[in-house]
Ligand binder design. Structure first.
Ligand SMILES: [Zn+2]
Length: 88
């Protein structure tokens, strides 16, 4: 039951915000997110309407040491995925 004291911020929330499909304008779903190089995450978004999909690499502002980063990012990714699944 640890309390998370580290600050994790995403700048403009670009990792959480969902873009709209460039083809049909429907809000895209985040289908996959995975760590990329340090401080970056790669996310896959898919349009539920026309199945158009894109892969984006977004920069994270994370004030953690790189040693902690992998574990925290993995936990965070799981959180994001489960949140996303709840909404769909
Ligand atoms: Zn679309």
């Amino acid at each position: 039951m640890g309390h998370l004291t580290d600050t994790i911020s995403f700048g403009d929330n670009s990792i959480v915000a969902r873009p709209v499909c460039s083809k049909c304008g429907a809000p895209m779903w985040l289908t996959r997110i995975q760590p990329d190089k340090p401080s970056f995450a790669r996310r896959t978004l898919e349009c539920p309407r026309c199945q158009h999909s894109i892969i984006e690499v977004v920069e994270l502002e994370i004030s953690l040491s790189e040693r902690q980063l992998g574990r925290r990012l993995a936990a965070l990714v799981l959180q994001l995925i489960s949140k996303d699944a709840e909404r769909t």
